[in-house]
Write a protein that binds this ligand. Structure first.
Ligand code: ATP
Length: 241
């Protein structure tokens, strides 16, 4: 089992001044898996994503990616090693077209123009709505379309691991459904995904495994379907018993 572990986080701690946002997080993601971290407001989900992508320094613990300790590596070097993040709030380049946003997603790759064009084409096949809107300014797209663009742009980096921070945030239920269907489809494209979500029901439905994050600690873990059926989870996160 351990040889296909892509990401291993051990006793990770993050402080904001005197506030400890992560209190010793340990988790792993195996190649090919979709793993979700669920938790309510302020649990530390975004902090964990920032620590993994190198935006927030860790005060203790370690992050090992593809067998290499990356705990102290700056963000761009993590991207170069195959970790891409689609950040919370999407953050597409509003004044650039959809196509240019995708091309920018591949900025650090040493790929030929033809290769990049082929990869843009692949994103258009996966996200037909982006093809229709390829010349539109990203800032004028709907929230759901911008979310699709943010995911597609992250994929342009050809990541081994895709970090998705609350892809459902601020989206209407139908669009959320569509986004989760896309996330499930990514697994067929050989992308390993760590998905942070408040929408526990949908996230656990697409995930192979899940972790529950509460005030900076992992309090439960298990198979996505098992967590989804767990009475404690149902009561706390799914609004039913
Ligand atoms: P949400 O779903 O509401 O975005 P979250 O699970 O992503 O919540 P974080 O944003 O990671 O939670 O925040 C975890 C804790 O750390 C919170 O108590 C928050 O107030 C605190 N925190 C986050 N960012 C900072 C910061 N820059 N400075 C100080 N405290 C922070």
């Amino acid at each position: 089992m351990s040889e296909n572990v892509l990401l291993k986080v051990d006793d990770l701690q993050v402080h904001y001044g005197a506030v400890q946002a992560l209190r010793g997080i340990s988790l792993e993601v195996r190649a090919g898996e979709i793993v979700t971290i669920i938790g309510g407001n302020g649990a530390g989900k975004s902090t964990l994503m920032k620590a993994l992508s190198g935006l927030e320094p860790c005060s203790a613990g370690s992050i090992v990616f593809a067998g290499e300790d990356i705990t102290r590596l700056p963000g761009h070097q993590r991207v170069a090693r195959g970790i891409a993040q689609s950040p919370e709030g999407r953050q597409v380049f509003a004044d650039q077209t959809v196509r240019d946003n995708l091309i920018l997603g591949a900025y650090h790759r040493k790929a030929s123009r033809q290769q990049i064009d082929a990869d843009v084409e692949a994103q258009f096949t996966a996200f037909p709505r982006l093809r229709e809107r390829q010349d539109q300014m990203a800032g004028t797209m709907s929230g759901g379309e911008q979310q699709m663009l943010a995911i597609a742009r992250a994929l342009m980096a050809r990541p081994q691991l895709l970090l998705l921070d609350e892809p459902s945030l601020g989206l209407a239920p139908l669009i959320v459904k569509e986004i989760f269907a896309i996330i499930r489809g990514l697994q067929q494209r050989d992308v390993t995904i760590l998905l942070v979500e408040q929408m526990a029901n949908q996230a656990l439905a697409v995930a192979d495994r899940g972790y529950v994050l509460e005030t900076g600690r992992i309090t439960m873990q298990g198979a996505g379907q098992a967590l989804r059926a767990d009475p404690k989870i149902r009561a706390a996160y799914l609004g039913s018993h």
